[in-house]
Design a protein around this ligand. Structure first.
Ligand SMILES: [Zn+2]
Length: 381
């Protein structure tokens, strides 16, 4: 992780670089602040910089043997302590080492990941992770060895607020009297839940939310998405880059679903059965998860169109493209067919979920849609 890969946070970076240059790295630091600001990435970048052999003025070299190992999070002197729990694969007394491969993949693919995304990555999204006493004993043992390659042994403790009370006490001893050459990086989103005695012995660094400008800059490096979607993602992000990334990804996916839905509705209206069959073939290969999302998306847009048709005075939750399409499409949605349309899409989603043959399910759905779109409104005709 290079500092230059981290969005914004110039002030903190400047301070950290100065510490390393002056050989004044604190033995225990705690980066804290709201989620999605790059705290964890900053801790990893600092650890990398401290062990880089060809350090530059403002960043690690990125190519020395130490940097190469950091780039894969496999440096032998870099340890992680993460909240974990029992999963289908790991039972008994889970510790970070049981999940280290998943951690490397998850962090490297998104250094701004949230706690929830981490639990998702290890297949435990409905559980609460914690850091056990067992884990803290293990880390104390690891830090007792001499560094292998770097001048330091480094441990990054992500979310120390998840420390079990017994684990917090042994960690306290470590923070009080760290073995020589040890650097402890803690990265917290909730310092209220950390022992005050740990906080008082730690160099605290607040990592602020990112500005809209910095988020825009960060998104532009990763995506060539529609500018309107980018601005929407920035607005919803509230200084959290991870939220911006997720929103953008979701919006882009919705755009794809919108195109599919619009395509199908046009074909159904025109009763072009051969073209509908081609549409079904294209959607049949998307995979079950995507198909379900498309059907859920379609239900939402059908409902929005019914509301539009009823001219209910309320905010419409539609993107510009959806609104443009719905201006005409809402004329086909009314009291006489909305219920059955929603039922048909829901039934299709249930059949897909239950492993039904996607081609058959989608063809059935399309034929129902052809019939339902032909119906006239019982009120306005
Ligand atoms: Zn290097």
């Amino acid at each position: 992780m290079l500092f230059s890969d981290i969005i914004g946070q110039q002030e903190i970076k400047r301070r950290l670089l100065e510490w390393v240059r002056n050989d004044r790295i604190p033995h225990a630091m705690l980066f804290f602040g709201p989620p999605g600001t790059g705290k964890l990435a900053i801790a990893v970048a600092l650890a990398q910089y401290a062990s880089c052999r060809e350090r530059k003025e403002r960043d690690s070299c990125g190519v020395c043997p130490s940097c190469v190992k950091f780039g894969k999070l496999v440096h032998p002197d870099l340890h992680f302590v993460l909240p974990v729990m029992n999963t289908q694969r790991v039972t008994g007394k889970p510790v970070t080492d049981d999940f280290i491969q998943q951690w490397r993949e998850a962090f490297l693919s998104n250094p701004y990941l949230s706690e929830y995304q981490w639990y998702e990555a290890i297949g435990a999204e409905n559980k609460q992770g914690f850091i056990s006493k067992n884990e803290s004993q293990q880390i104390i043992r690891k830090l007792g060895y001499k560094p292998y390659e770097s001048a330091f042994r480094m441990v990054i403790i992500w979310l120390p607020e998840k420390l079990h009370p017994a684990a917090a006490n042994s960690l306290l001893k470590l923070v009080e009297e760290p073995p020589e050459g040890t650097i402890i990086f803690m990265v917290s989103e909730n310092t209220d839940q950390i022992l005050p005695t740990i906080l008082s012995r730690t160099q605290l660094l607040f990592v602020p939310p990112l500005s809209e400008e910095k988020i825009r800059e960060g998104l532009s490096k990763r995506s060539d998405a529609d500018p309107a979607l980018v601005e929407d993602a920035i607005r919803k992000a509230n200084g959290n880059f991870n939220t911006a990334l997720q929103t953008l990804e979701q919006d882009e996916q919705e755009q794809v679903y919108f195109d599919y839905f619009k395509g199908l509705m046009r074909l159904c209206y025109k009763r072009e059965i051969i073209a509908i069959s081609d549409w079904v073939d294209r959607v049949a290969v998307l995979g079950r998860e995507r198909q379900k999302q498309l059907l859920d998306y379609s239900i939402r847009l059908l409902r929005e169109n019914f509301i539009l048709r009823m001219k209910q005075d309320r905010l419409n939750y539609m993107s510009a493209k959806e609104a443009e399409f719905s201006e005409k499409f809402n004329l086909f949605i009314h009291e006489g067919n909305i219920r059955e349309l929603v039922e048909s899409f829901t039934l299709a989603a249930n059949h897909i979920e239950a492993n039904g043959n996607a081609r058959i399910v989608l063809m059935d759905l399309s034929i129902s849609a052809v019939r339902l779109l032909m119906q006239k409104s019982p009120v306005t005709g």
